[in-house]
Write a protein that binds this ligand. Structure first.
Ligand SMILES: *[C@@H]1O[C@H](CO)[C@@H](O)[C@H](O)[C@H]1NC(C)=O
Ligand SMILES: *[C@@H]1O[C@H](CO)[C@@H](O)[C@H](O)[C@H]1NC(C)=O
Ligand SMILES: *[C@@H]1O[C@H](CO)[C@@H](O)[C@H](O)[C@H]1NC(C)=O
Length: 485
C-alpha cells in the first residue's frame, strides 16, 4: 500500500486516526548518515547558458513574465537558484542567424596594431541576463569564447575550425596573434566590468576537437597551453589575476582527459582554474587526473522532442534522468560545477528539442522538469564542501556543508515506491537544529514537505522515483575526534 503525501500529511495531522487504525503501515525510515569529517571537493555551482542569442528571448519578454522567468532561473527560494551563467564571447563579424557578434569586427593589419573595438552594449542579450543574474547574487560568470575573430586564425574565418595564429603548428603570414587575442579577451572583461558585471572565469575554446559550421577553433591541450602562457601574464598585468582560466570545453569526457594530461605535461596545470568538458561525445565516467577543478560546462538532450516529463520511462530529456546525470558528475567525477546547455530556447529552433530548460514561445514560457531537477541542488550554495553521505536502499545521497554552516543533503529515490528517509550526522553534533525539505516528482516542483526532527534525525518522505533535498541549519559543533582514516 502506498500513501500519497497528502494522505500521509492528513495522517500526521490526525494522530487519533493513526492509533485507531493499526493496519496502516508505519514504514521504518531509511537512514542516510552524513559524515562531516569526510571532506571532498568544494562546489562552484550549477548553471546554464543563453549563448547564441537565446538571452534575447528573456530580454524580449514583457513584465510580469520577464521577472517570473528570472525568478524561475535564479531565485533561491522559488526557482532553480542557478549560481553560474556561461556566456559566449562573440567572434562573428555580424549577428546573422544566431551568431554572436565580436567586439573586433575588423583586425588591425598586424598583431601589434591598435584594435578598433566596437561595443554594442548588448553582447547578444547576455549582458542583460548577466546584470539580472548579478542582481540575484550570481557571482560566477563564465565568459567563454567559441573562437578568436577570424582575422587572428589560420583559416581567416571564425567558423569552420582553423587555429589561432601563433600556437604550435599554426603559423600565419600576418604574424602571431596570441597576445592580440589575450588583449581582446581582457577588453571584453573590462567592458563587462564597466557595466556592473565582474566576469569570474574565462575560457577561450569551445569544443576545440570539432570543426563546426559556426564559431569554432581547433586546438589540442598543448596548443591551448601555448596560449595560456600568454593569457595568464596578460590577466595579471591588467589586475585580473583573480579570474580563473578554464580549458578547454572538450566535446566529451575522454577528450577532456587528453587535455588534462597535455596541459599538465606542458607545465600550465597550475595556471588553470578548471578543466572543462561537455558530455556529448563521451559521457562522464570517473575523475579527471588533475589538480585543477573539473567542470561539466555544456550538455543537453539534443534528440528528443520537447518534453516536460519528470519520469517517462527514463528518457534522455526526463527530469529524473537529469537528476541522476548531475548526481553522477558531482558524486562520482569530482565535479565542482554542472552547467546545462541552453537555459531558454524558442519552439522553432532545432525542431523544438530538449536542449533547453525552458521553452520561451513569444510572450509565453513553459518550464521543463529538468529545471526542477537542477532546483533540487539549489540548497548547495557556491563554496559548499561535499562531505560523506551513505545508507538506504535505492537511495543515492550527496551531502554538503555550506559556508554558513548549514548542511544540504540531496537524495534521489531510485525505487518505485515512496520512502521515509531519516538523515542524521556522525562526526559532529547539531544544536538547535532546524530542518526543511523539498521534493520533486511527476506532480511536484520543489514542494515543501514536513520534516520530523527527533533524536538528531530529520525524517521526511520522498515519492518513488522522486528527489528530496534537506537543508539542516543550526549550530554545528566541529568534529570532536579526528575522522577515521
Ligand atoms: C525570490 O522570490 C521571493 C518570493 O516570491 C521574493 O520575495 C524575493 O524577492 C525573490 N528574490 C529576488 C532576488 O528577486
Ligand atoms: C592595478 O592595481 C594597482 C593597485 O591598485 C594600480 O596601481 C594599477 O594602476 C592597476 N593597473 C591596472 C592596469 O589597472
Ligand atoms: C577533486 O578535485 C579537486 C579540485 O576540485 C582536487 O584537488 C582533488 O585532488 C580531486 N580529488 C580526487 C580524488 O581526484
Amino acid at each position: 500500500m502506498h500513501l500519497s503525501l497528502a494522505q500521509l500529511a492528513a495522517l500526521t495531522a490526525a494522530p487519533v486516526l493513526v492509533s485507531a487504525a493499526p493496519s496502516v503501515e508505519r514504514r521504518q525510515a531509511q537512514k542516510v548518515t552524513v559524515n562531516l569529517g569526510q571532506k571532498y571537493q568544494t562546489i562552484d555551482g550549477f548553471g546554464f547558458s543563453a549563448a547564441s542569442q537565446r538571452a534575447n528571448l528573456i530580454v524580449n519578454l514583457k513584465e510580469p513574465k520577464q521577472k517570473q522567468l528570472l525568478d524561475i532561473l535564479f531565485n533561491t527560494t522559488t526557482g532553480a537558484g542557478f549560481s553560474i551563467v556561461r556566456n559566449g564571447i562573440g567572434s562573428s563579424p555580424d549577428s546573422s542567424s544566431d551568431h554572436m557578434n565580436t567586439i573586433l569586427p575588423k583586425c588591425p593589419s598586424s598583431p601589434d596594431g591598435t584594435p578598433d573595438y566596437k561595443w554594442d552594449g548588448k553582447d547578444s542579450g547576455q549582458l542583460f541576463l548577466s546584470q539580472k543574474a548579478w542582481e540575484y547574487g550570481v557571482r560566477t560568470i563564465y565568459a567563454n569564447a567559441w573562437s578568436a575573430p577570424g582575422c587572428m586564425k589560420t583559416n581567416t574565418n571564425d567558423a569552420n575550425g582553423g587555429s589561432l595564429c601563433g600556437v604550435s603548428g599554426a603559423t600565419c603570414r600576418s604574424g602571431d596573434w596570441k597576445q592580440a587575442f589575450a588583449n581582446y579577451l581582457v577588453k571584453y572583461i573590462q567592458l563587462y566590468a564597466e557595466n556592473g558585471v565582474k566576469v569570474s572565469h574565462l575560457g577561450f575554446l569551445n569544443e576545440p576537437d570539432f570543426t563546426a559550421s559556426y564559431a569554432s577553433m581547433l586546438s589540442n591541450g598543448n596548443q591551448a597551453a601555448d596560449f595560456i602562457k600568454v593569457l595568464h601574464p596578460t590577466l595579471q598585468a591588467n589586475n585580473l589575476s583573480h579570474i580563473g582560466i578554464n580549458c578547454c570545453d572538450a566535446t566529451g569526457w575522454s577528450v577532456a582527459g587528453q587535455h588534462a594530461s597535455q596541459l599538465k605535461s606542458s607545465g600550465v596545470e597550475n595556471l588553470i582554474y578548471a578543466i572543462t568538458s561537455h558530455e556529448y561525445t563521451s559521457r562522464i565516467s570517473g575523475r579527471l587526473n588533475t589538480a585543477a577543478r573539473s567542470w561539466q560546462t555544456e550538455y543537453s538532450d539534443l534528440n528528443g522532442r520537447w518534453s516536460t516529463a519528470w519520469y517517462s520511462s527514463g528518457g534522455a530529456g526526463d527530469g529524473f534522468t537529469w537528476a541522476n546525470t548531475v548526481y553522477n558528475g558531482i558524486v562520482n567525477a569530482n565535479l565542482t560545477a554542472y552547467i546545462y546547455w541552453e537555459g531558454v530556447q524558442d519552439r522553432a529552433t532545432n525542431n523544438n528539442n530538449n536542449e533547453k530548460l525552458v521553452l520561451v514561445d513569444g510572450q509565453n514560457y513553459e518550464v521543463s522538469k529538468r529545471l526542477w531537477a537542477f532546483a533540487q541542488w539549489r540548497i548547495v550554495r557556491p563554496g559548499a564542501v561535499r562531505v560523506g553521505a551513505s545508507g538506504g536502499n535505492n537511495l543515492k545521497s550527496a551531502a554538503f556543508q555550506n559556508t554558513d554552516g548549514s548542511i544540504a543533503v540531496v537524495i534521489i529515490n531510485s525505487g518505485t515506491g515512496s520512502a521515509s528517509v531519516g538523515v542524521s550526522l556522525t562526526g559532529s553534533t547539531l544544536t538547535n537544529p532546524k530542518a526543511q525539505a523539498w521534493y520533486t516528482d511527476n506532480t511536484h516542483d520543489m514542494s515543501s514537505t514536513e520534516v520530523a526532527f527527533a533524536d538528531g534525525t530529520a525524517t521526511a518522505s520522498v515519492p518513488g522515483r522522486g528527489m528530496i533535498s534537506f537543508l539542516i541549519a543550526g549550530t554545528v559543533a566541529a568534529p570532536l575526534a579526528a575522522p577515521p582514516a
